[in-house]
Design a protein around this ligand. Structure first.
Ligand SMILES: [Zn+2]
Length: 130
């Protein structure tokens, strides 16, 4: 047990350890991104691959306009989105730092940023879907 004086001597160091730990959980990055047919194929830095259907991806757009935001009670009210065939066509996709991907869709929508963690989570979701 450290004396109280010693325990509080390097508070910043303790916080930095936590930050590093959090950072390490988010270091999976996309090595290769490619559209294959109607799917976005991602080769991850951890050696796994994801194949995400473009329509599925668009319907799970993470931007505030598509995903809705929690109200004061914490309920998420999803707005009714109007999609066209162009909504599910990927016009281009940009990398956002080492953080994620920002697609531009055929209907011009491009405000959704998909973090790598979110993309991995989505991959698990559509794999379990019936
Ligand atoms: Zn959106």
């Amino acid at each position: 047990m450290l004396k109280s004086g010693k325990a509080t001597r390097f508070p910043n160091l303790v916080q930095r350890d936590d930050a590093v730990h959090t950072f390490e959980m988010q270091t999976v990055t996309a090595n290769t991104i490619q559209v294959v047919g109607l799917e976005l194929a991602i080769a991850w830095s951890d050696g796994t691959e994801s194949f995400l259907p473009l329509e599925f991806l668009r319907r799970h757009c993470a931007c505030a306009g598509c995903g809705g935001e929690p109200d004061v009670l914490g309920n998420v009210v999803r707005p009714k989105n109007e999609y066209t065939a162009a909504s599910f066509e990927l016009r281009s996709i940009a990398r956002v730092g080492g953080y994620g991907l920002q697609p531009t869709w055929g209907d011009g929508h491009s405000t959704g940023i998909y973090s790598y963690l979110y993309l991995k989570k989505l991959d698990g979701l559509h794999g379990e879907a019936p």
